[in-house]
Design a protein around this ligand. Structure first.
Ligand code: ME8
Length: 662
């Protein structure tokens, strides 16, 4: 353990504000949060930064589309990101926004230093530019599509400031050689070394075609190009030009996805070298979370949202799954099926069951107080030895960012304890003095093992391990426990157990998946990536609501309205949906076909009373699932009163089924 509190500074990427977080962003952020918690438990003074990357063409466009000023657009988005992390229990110390004044000041300062040192010059650049990725695509020809996102490239010529990246080939290669751990994992390191060996072109770092960016002082209309701006956020979060005062820079580790490794391991150290500033110690690039073997992205429509999973199974379950299922650094597949399987087997039947069994036995046999162990037998010692040696192994695994291995080691101990209880059968021992003594030893041993498990798993499962900790009657905060002092044998006999509670209630797989999916559908349908417009009333204070206020500009053109196809429909059947008290499942004749549509009117309309009724139907909505039931359209209703009572829109004259509403 460090003698004086040593600092540890770690970061997630600064995420773009043209969308909201999905499982991929959650993964990097959870990893970072886990390491933050772990390092704290190792006695470090830790700072974790996350934040939002708010400049550039995409934001300019998205704000325009939403009909609100950029500044307001990004403020709402940043708030939505921050609120979601809070809701998910992510404990970042700094949330940096690239529109923060402190950040603006830092970018301008960094530029000045690079320029004063002779690494910046003015020139012209023509290239093929992907406005979605905010990057020129080297060697691309006009008319080609972006190799990353497949969108058409645009030819761009403009006066730019250039950064002399070419001057850093040798310094960078020297740096990689002297700091073999700088790029992780190893395979990525080789990739970058080869790339740099191939030669580096100077880099354009300003734009004149973009308005929404940090101005280059005295050089308007130049604004900084996204990477010079974004990467600097890591420095501005911990003091910017005054970084020495805060004492956190350089970063100990930047966690990133493999998509942005080059920016972090080539550009960023080169900018810092040019400015004569200390370089980060490590960049850790992890792989992709894939959904059905494809990278998750909103444009592919295969995004997984964290909130519905956290609501259904708890955030700890998601954290556990992400860190256990995937070897850190490699790609991994996500499926709801394996998530729920792991939840039931490792959490409900594994940790949860061991904790509740142990507590119940202590409750029953020792009036809820940790018993004093008596004479030990070899099998008790064997288990103790296994738990004690797991401590060393788990810490080593965490140190190497081998999260899956760390969890495997912890769960091996849980499995050993299960086996031990099954073999020793404390419940079958009588109440004789001898029986009680043996029971005391067995239950103290299991409880002590649980205490160690809770401490070791805490960085990954902060909530549930804190519950185990409290269950074991521990009154100190688990967050501040020093892992270096953790030893077998510290559980004090006589400690009164805390209140017993179910940590991970078992779930039925199909039902759980359906519920997660329907919550995800609801979230995706009710929220838009764009935040609320200027004219809308303030969003309610709940984070969920703050995230999802659809953008409604003041006025829309007639072409926008024409996109919505509404027709007169006639309800043929109506029934309630089991487990969804607000929804009715309807079949509706829309003239050309019979559609199944779910409507949130069950609390106000009896199904039977709806048969034959003519209603206004939006017929060209993309199908979606609500509570696992497919819905193919939307019935129009007024929303009345503060509780939003639905009142179906209807017609005073008889109208033909299928007639279009205009
Ligand atoms: O690139 N699997 O922001 P971004 C795993 N603003 N991780 C994923 C993922 C997936 N399917 N999808 C996204 C940017 N990520 C820039 C960064 S930093 C100075 C500027 C994670 O919003 C992963 O960490 O596109 C990836 O690097 C990051 O989100 C990209 O986030």
């Amino acid at each position: 353990m460090p003698e004086r509190k040593e600092k540890f500074y770690l970061t997630t990427p600064i995420y773009y504000t043209n969308g909201l977080p999905h499982l991929g962003h959650t993964y990097t952020t959870v990893v970072c949060d886990t390491v933050r918690r772990y390092k704290r438990m190792r006695g470090y003074d830790v700072v974790m930064t996350t934040g939002t990357d708010e400049h550039g063409v995409n934001v300019e466009r998205a704000a325009k589309k939403a009909g609100i000023p950029e500044r307001e657009f990004v403020a709402n988005m940043a708030e939505a990101w921050r609120a979601l992390w809070d809701e998910l229990g992510i404990t970042a110390d700094e949330f940096v926004r690239t529109t923060d004044l402190e950040h603006v000041r830092t970018v301008q300062w960094l530029f000045k230093r690079c320029r004063e040192n002779g690494y910046v010059y003015k020139g012209h650049y023509t290239g093929q530019y992907c406005i979605y990725d905010n990057a020129f695509v080297n060697d691309a020809k006009p008319g080609e599509n972006c190799p990353d996102c497949g969108r058409p490239l645009e030819t761009l010529t403009e006066e730019n400031y250039f950064f002399k990246l070419s001057a850093f080939q040798k310094p960078l290669l020297d740096f990689y050689r002297k700091n073999p751990d700088f790029i992780q994992p190893e395979s990525r390191r080789n990739e970058i070394v080869t790339f740099v060996q191939g030669g580096l072109k100077d880099l354009s770092i300003t734009r004149t075609t973009i308005r929404w960016g940090i101005p280059v002082p005295g050089e308007e209309p130049h604004v900084f190009y996204v990477w010079f701006d974004a990467l600097t956020a890591y420095l501005s979060a911990v003091g910017g030009p005054d970084y020495e005062k805060r004492g956190m820079w350089p970063a100990d580790v930047h966690f990133v996805g493999k998509d942005i490794i080059r920016f972090h391991t080539v550009y960023w150290p080169a900018f810092l070298m040019a400015a004569m500033l200390p370089l980060p110690k490590q960049v850790w690039a992890h792989g992709w979370f894939l959904m059905d073997a494809a990278k998750m992205s909103k444009s592919k429509g295969n995004v997984v949202l964290p909130r519905p999973i956290a609501n259904m199974l708890g955030m700890d379950a998601l954290r556990y799954f992400m860190l256990r299922e995937v070897v850190f650094g490699q790609d991994g597949n996500f499926s709801y099926d394996s998530l729920v399987t792991r939840y039931n087997s490792d959490l409900a039947n594994g940790l949860g069951n061991l904790a509740s069994r142990t507590a119940a036995l202590i409750e029953k046999n020792f009036a809820g107080k940790v018993p004093k162990p008596a004479q030990r037998q070899p099998q008790d010692d064997a288990l103790a030895k296994e738990a004690q040696s797991a401590i060393g192994e788990v810490l080593e695994r965490y140190d190497k960012m081998e999260f899956a291995r760390a969890l495997e080691a912890i769960w091996a101990v849980i499995a050993a304890a299960d086996k031990y209880l099954t073999t020793e059968q404390p419940w079958a021992l009588g109440t004789s003095e001898e029986g009680q003594a043996r029971k005391a030893t067995i239950l103290w041993t299991t409880a002590e093992l649980l205490r160690i498990v809770a401490a070791l798993a805490h960085p990954v499962l902060p909530d549930s391990t804190a519950k185990v900790w409290a269950l074991l009657g521990q009154t100190t905060s688990l967050d501040s426990l020093e892992l270096d002092g953790l030893r077998w044998g510290q559980l004090v006999p006589g400690t009164a157990l805390g209140k017993s509670q179910t940590l991970f209630p078992r779930v039925e797989k199909t039902e759980a998946i359906e519920r997660i999916e329907s919550m995800a559908n609801e979230e995706l349908n009710s929220t838009s990536a764009a935040p609320k417009p200027a004219s809308a009333p303030a969003a309610p204070a709940t984070p969920a609501a703050a995230v999802g206020v659809p953008a409604v500009p003041d006025k829309i053109a007639i072409e926008d309205f024409a996109k919505v196809e509404m027709r007169v429909g006639q309800i043929k059947t109506a029934e309630r949906i089991v487990g969804a008290d607000k929804l009715l499942k309807l079949t509706v004749d829309i003239g050309t076909e019979i559609r199944q549509i779910c409507a949130g009117i069950a609390q106000y309309y009896e199904p039977e009373a709806l048969i034959g009724r003519k209603v206004a139907v939006v017929v060209n909505l993309a199908p979606r699932k609500l509570r696992g039931v497919e819905s193919n359209g939307m019935i129009i209703a007024a929303s009345v009163g503060p509780e939003g009572r639905p009142v179906l829109a209807g017609f005073l004259e008889d109208v033909e089924v299928g007639a279009r509403l205009k």
